[in-house]
Design a protein around this ligand. Structure first.
Ligand code: SF4
Length: 215
């Protein structure tokens, strides 16, 4: 619907319609930008994975293992993080293990649980692949002073979308509602009661939960 600026200012109902239409346009525009960015990211992932002789999902698994904590390095957690089937995750793990990019070991407390670890070769490959990322270059181009605002907006969008889709947050440990500051300056997980290092506090976790937020 088209409005002339004079008629908008004279008629309150028109003004409400105008503001609503602008709001709707902005909403659609934001949605399209996110969808377009996702398409560009997927195409780039295919290109970068192909240059390393791998599939995009293999790169996704390596990226996840580079960021996850010790409670989250299982095939099941990878499946949840990537919304992938058990079969896809298990095939990817086989390939990455065969290529010497990750290692598999049984959990010390429960031998039935498999733990995965990113090896140096995997970390080096990831660094190489990410160096060729045009999206990373684009984020750098945006400028350091805008990074915080951009990160906050994207994080807020992601939190809300995850909440509405009832998906796990996989957030950074120090933003979790169970993350506890101890009186001696250390950190502790409120679920496992285990101590956490500064490095642990910056990793992502399958058990992460945001603080309750008002709707
Ligand atoms: S505090 Fe939360 S995010 Fe951190 S290890 Fe515990 S459950 Fe995971």
């Amino acid at each position: 619907m088209l409005f002339s600026s004079d008629s908008i200012l004279k008629d309150e109902r028109l003004l409400v319609k105008y503001v609503s239409s602008q709001y709707y346009l902005n909403m659609k525009e934001i949605l399209q930008l996110i969808q377009r960015l996702a398409v560009v990211a997927q195409a780039e992932n295919r290109r970068l994975a192909g240059s390393a002789g791998l599939q995009p999902v293999h790169i996704d698994v390596l990226r996840y293992l580079a960021r996850c904590n010790r409670y989250s390095n299982t095939p099941a957690a990878i499946g949840q993080f990537l919304s992938s089937t058990k079969g896809t995750v298990s095939q990817s793990i086989k390939v990455l293990d065969r290529e010497g990019l990750i290692s598999k070991l049984s959990d010390a407390k429960d031998g039935r649980v498999i733990r995965l670890r990113l090896l140096k070769k995997g970390r080096d490959l990831l660094e190489c692949v990410d160096e060729g990322s045009a999206i990373q270059g684009a984020v750098e181009y945006v400028g350091a002073d805008e990074h915080l605002a951009l990160a906050n907006s994207l994080a807020a969008l992601l939190r809300r979308a995850q909440r509405l889709n009832e998906s796990k947050t996989f957030g950074v440990c120090n933003t979790c509602r169970f993350f506890t500051h101890l009186s001696d300056g250390g950190f502790q997980c409120g679920i496992t009661n285990e101590l956490l290092t500064v490095a642990d506090s910056m990793q992502i976790c399958v058990e992460h939960e945001n603080e309750a937020i008002k709707t």
